[in-house]
Write a protein that binds this ligand. Structure first.
Ligand SMILES: C[S@@+](CC[C@H](N)C(=O)[O-])C[C@H]1O[C@@H](n2cnc3c(N)ncnc32)[C@H](O)[C@@H]1O
Length: 240
């Protein structure tokens, strides 16, 4: 049974997109600054793990300001990407970035809920979500939806924060995550507790084997986890 603070967190997740509406203007620069730019390397890793097939179509969930589509489109096998997100302000910034690179023919963004995808069954080659699924009110439902819209043999890629296995690195990381990141994030985003909330969603979220079990439950096969930067983040991959 869930305790009160877990219930409050899962209630808050239903409207987490509103927080992103509020912080959209500072999201990109704060991301680069708070992650020391490592997040760009992590997204590039996703690009390198794409299937080696031509004419790939990709559906990116919780696409935010379109950082993932803008990196994945650099893979020569990718022909088209659709990004979905619940935050209209994050998407508006993403659209400007896509226009500035003249990629509107290849990347489109729309409002869409990761737990209730407005997509046909068996219709995409790849589906991705980076640092988004822990904000979904029902993570398993999100994975089941990703499974539903993939073509048979299609690939899912989920990137999410995790906790480092090494005790020393973990202690340092938790100090940074609990104290430094919320302080700087809340201050510069101008939002009372956006980054304190983000920190809570990370510590609460399943990772490693526990997350792979959820992927298995959603019927993905050949699931695996690639730990990134001492386990601060993990890239999960599976097939339909
Ligand atoms: C931390 S941002 C990640 C953005 C982007 N994927 C990235 O890597 O920078 C999380 C995003 O999840 C979106 N989000 C939250 N709940 C959602 C839901 N149920 N469906 C779709 N997007 C959602 C938020 O609006 C926000 O843009």
């Amino acid at each position: 049974m869930q305790n009160t603070s877990e219930n409050q967190l899962s209630e808050r997740k239903k409207e987490s997109y509103k927080i992103f509406d509020d912080i959209a203007g500072t999201y990109d620069p704060l991301n680069r600054f708070l992650s020391f730019g490592i997040d760009v390397y992590w997204r590039n890793r996703m690009k390198n793990e794409l299937p080696k097939k031509s004419d790939l179509t990709i559906l990116d969930l919780a696409t935010g300001t379109a950082d993932v589509p803008l990196i994945l489109i650099k893979n020569k096998n990718v022909s088209r990407i659709r990004g979905l997100d619940m935050s209209k302000n994050m998407i508006a910034i993403g659209k400007e970035k896509i226009k500035a690179k003249n990629l509107q023919e290849k990347i489109t963004l729309d409002i869409g809920d990761g737990c209730n995808l407005p997509e046909e069954n068996d219709s995409w080659d790849v589906t991705t979500v980076s640092f988004g699924i822990r904000n979904f009110p029902d993570c398993l439902k999100g994975l089941q939806e990703m499974h539903r819209i993939l073509k048979p043999g299609g690939q899912v890629m989920v990137m999410e924060f995790s906790l480092p296995a090494n005790a020393f690195i973990r202690a340092f990381y938790l100090f940074y995550f609990r104290k430094v990141l919320p302080f700087i994030g809340n201050l510069f985003s101008g939002h009372g507790d956006a980054y304190s909330y983000l920190n809570k969603t990370v510590e609460d979220f399943p990772y490693g084997k526990e997350f792979l079990n959820l992927m298995d439950k959603a019927n993905f096969r050949n699931t695996r986890a690639i730990t990134l930067t001492f386990g601060i983040a993990t890239l999960y991959i599976g097939e339909k």
